[in-house]
Design a protein around this ligand. Structure first.
Ligand code: FMN
Length: 198
């Protein structure tokens, strides 16, 4: 079911996370092109408080080792943590806030999260399957070190990116996930104190 004639709104309204993606992934050149749709994210004082790190190939095995080290998991020889291997490309999203007299940290984290959502959407609109994942160990010392994070940075999770299978596309067409009721999200300010209106 489609609701919008505008393709941008239609894409936003129909985005779905793709938990199981296929083996193709966008190149850095493709990512750089898509970033033109992300870098205009609202950003108080233009502090640019975010950056991305791509994980491909063995990078993902190193992430698995860092996650294991953080969890205290010891594996048998030949066994490894396969969770980061669920996509050929992981994009770590990093919030890089700095001290600023007028822009508190939370505003900078909001910008970084906004960039993550825009990138997820841009990838989706370009035809890629994406799922944003974190996990409780994302900001463990081991995982942070593996990504080269500085002390004030936060790992906001990873976009797992890959191709979308035909079967997922079919399921999506058949899906009748009900739209959320927008009234749930929209309100107005309470009246002046004491008028009993809320
Ligand atoms: C910051 C952030 C972290 C997330 N971490 C996880 C995660 O670790 N595991 C998970 O299953 N879903 C996670 N999600 C949720 C999925 O990305 C996805 O939004 C959810 O499964 C709903 O699917 P939908 O995007 O199709 O509505 C996270 C979402 C956000 C925004």
């Amino acid at each position: 079911m489609t609701f919008f004639s505008d393709p941008v709104l239609e894409s936003m309204a129909t985005r779905r996370s793709v938990s199981k993606v296929g083996p193709e992934a966008p190149t850095d050149e493709e990512l750089l092109e898509l970033l033109a749709a992300v870098t205009p994210v609202a950003d108080h004082k233009a502090l640019r408080p975010w950056r991305l790190i791509t994980l491909r190939g063995d990078d993902r095995a190193r992430l698995g080792e860092a996650l294991d080290a953080a969890a205290g998991t010891v594996r048998e020889p030949g066994d490894s943590n396969t969770k980061p291997l669920r996509a050929e490309l992981l994009i770590a999203m990093v919030a890089s806030p700095t001290d600023h007299p007028k822009v508190p940290e939370w505003e900078q984290l909001a910008t970084a999260a906004g960039a993550g959502h825009l990138l997820e959407l841009a990838l989706w609109q370009a035809g890629w399957g994406v799922m944003w994942r974190t996990g409780v160990l994302a900001n463990s010392a081991e995982v942070r070190a593996a990504h080269g994070l500085s002390e004030q940075e936060h790992l906001m999770g990873w976009l797992y990116v890959g191709s979308i299978s035909d079967s997922f596309r079919r399921r999506m067409l058949e899906s009748n996930r009900p739209a959320l009721d927008p009234h749930q999200f929209l309100g107005s300010m309470p009246g002046p104190a004491g008028d009993g209106q809320h």
